[in-house]
Design a protein around this ligand. Structure first.
Ligand code: ADQ
Length: 485
């Protein structure tokens, strides 16, 4: 039986990079990531479909099937959609609000209208392609309204929604002028998934507060279960909606494709260390250049450790790779200039000719190059003020299965709930980052067994809970959802 498109993923981006050439022609190349890996087996098994934006405005290729039989179905966005929906409402309203107001969200009615329109476009595209009774998995904060719109268009569909960023406390969320519409949109799903139990609890508490408009909460948040030893949470709570449906809510911590992040080639690592002048300690940061990631704070911590003599400029280097991100949004521009000013200042103060203490790249690297950096690093610095999960932390520990290296990790990253062998810091407190950097270096040098035990605890967690576990646990719960209603 042909069950084409009986499984549909809808995400803001298609898993491709599309380049438009000056003559108007375009080329497309696949852009694999963890999400693609986790979902590929299901997509391929069902000759499934991925609906998303190809990354260029006003033009999009026709839908096409990949070599493995997956249909890629582009959604066309205009330049004005992109500004209002993506740069505006998604990234200057929802992103800061959901990251606990690290910067002040902007509430703009035109952006909200663009957000609604574009969510409608995505839902219409799904509605066109999805087979009768198909399972549809909606991804992330850009598409919060899609489950609700789809529910109205296609009541036959089984709809899952997963949020990749944190869900804030109800007190913060209630600032949003369009809060009821957003909650109603999410409750169009049969299963709403978050990374952490805390996120799910925030959502459940909120549905209680907006009861009557969105629905009433019947399950207790504290009934969220952890199944066995696995950090995969069962459906634990339900929300009864105004139209009598039962929406399941659960926590499913995302993970990585561990195959992609094994140890790098030894010679490439040795070459890099030689280029760096064989430092005793290599610190590493790898992030999108985003104000949530705490890049400036980690640079300040490094600078103060050099200043106090706790680290010696001849023996330590910090490699910071920052992927360009959302560069037309003001707060991102400010963040970038603050980071680059700090890099310049620190090198000016502590570098020598031909021997900077901070090596900074503002660009994307290939997975291979990232692997070399992960393997070469002694201490990975992951210091976000707030992060849904943080895959970089998991990639680094997957790369250090042999127990080498140490991870300094923000207690406000979702990954902190699982990576219990990390050196946890409070990124709002530079002293705390410094303390944990020094502790990590000290243990690697003087207490290597303890450092190795910590790192092996981390990597064991990631190897036993990879992205396939995440995808399968969500989809199993989605298949069961609605069965008891
Ligand atoms: P992000 O905020 O983008 O993801 P993260 O989880 O760390 O953050 O994922 C970043 C990914 O980009 C990693 O796979 C990393 O390897 C890659 N990357 C970063 N810098 C790079 C560079 N310079 N070159 C190449 N690749 C680079 C959002 C949420 C997170 C959540 C994920 C997944 O904000 O909290 O963990 O989604 O749900």
């Amino acid at each position: 039986m042909d069950d084409s498109n009986s499984f549909v993923v809808v995400a803001n981006r298609l898993p491709v990079d599309m380049t438009v050439h000056p003559d108007g022609s375009y080329s497309i190349s696949p852009s694999p990531g963890g999400l693609v890996t986790g979902l590929s087996p299901v997509l391929e098994q069902h000759r499934g479909c991925w609906v998303g934006w190809p990354g260029t405005v006003d033009v999009a290729p026709e839908p096409f099937r990949t070599d493995t039989g997956v249909l890629l179905h582009p959604v066309v966005l205009t330049a004005s959609d992109y500004e209002g929906f993506y740069e505006g409402f998604s990234n200057a309203t929802l992103w800061p609000l959901f990251h606990d107001l690290i910067v002040t969200p902007v509430y703009n009615t035109d952006w909200w209208h663009a957000f609604r329109e574009v969510n409608l476009k995505f839902a219409e595209a799904v509605s066109q392609v999805a087979a009768h009774g198909a399972t549809v998995w909606v991804q992330d904060y850009q598409l919060l309204l899609v489950p609700g719109i789809l529910r109205q268009m296609r009541p036959d569909l089984k709809i899952g929604f997963f949020l990749h960023i944190p869900f804030p406390s109800p007190d913060l969320f209630r600032q949003l002028p369009w809060r009821e519409e957003i909650v109603r949109g999410m409750l169009g799903a049969d299963l709403v998934g978050f990374h952490l139990v805390q996120n799910a609890e925030n959502f459940l508490a909120l549905t209680q507060q907006v009861a009557g408009t969105a629905g009433s909460h019947v399950g207790q948040p504290d009934t969220l279960q952890v199944s066995g030893e696995a950090l995969v949470r069962e459906i634990g709570a339900h929300v009864e909606t105004a139209d009598g449906r039962r929406v399941s809510v659960g926590a499913f911590p995302i993970s990585i494709d561990v195959e992609m992040f094994g140890e790098a080639s030894k010679s490439a690592v040795l070459d890099l260390l030689k280029t760096l002048d064989e430092p005793e300690t290599v610190f590493l940061g790898v992030d999108r250049l985003d104000y949530t990631k705490g890049i400036l704070q980690r640079l300040l911590a490094f600078e103060e450790l050099l200043e106090s003599g706790a680290l010696e400029a001849d023996k330590a280097v910090l490699l910071q790779v920052a992927t360009p991100s959302r560069e037309r949004i003001d707060h991102y521009r400010v963040s970038r200039s603050q980071v680059e000013e700090a890099v310049g200042r620190i090198n000016g103060r502590f570098g020598r000719m031909g021997r900077p203490v901070v090596h900074y790249l503002h660009r994307s690297l290939s997975k291979n190059d990232l692997q070399v950096l992960y393997t070469a690093a002694d201490v990975m610095l992951v210091t976000p003020f707030k992060d849904g999960m943080n895959l970089v932390a998991k990639e680094f520990v997957a790369n250090h299965r042999d127990g080498t290296g140490a991870l300094v990790l923000s207690e406000f990253a979702g990954a902190a709930t699982e990576l219990t062998g990390a050196y946890l810091c409070n990124p709002f407190d530079v002293e705390s980052i410094k303390r944990q950097m020094v502790a990590a270096v000290h243990d690697l040098k003087h207490n290597p067994e303890s450092a190795a035990t910590r790192m092996k605890t981390n990597s064991e967690q990631v190897y036993t809970h990879d992205v396939n576990v995440w995808a399968n646990s969500f989809l199993d719960c989605l298949a069961q959802s609605g069965e008891n209603s």
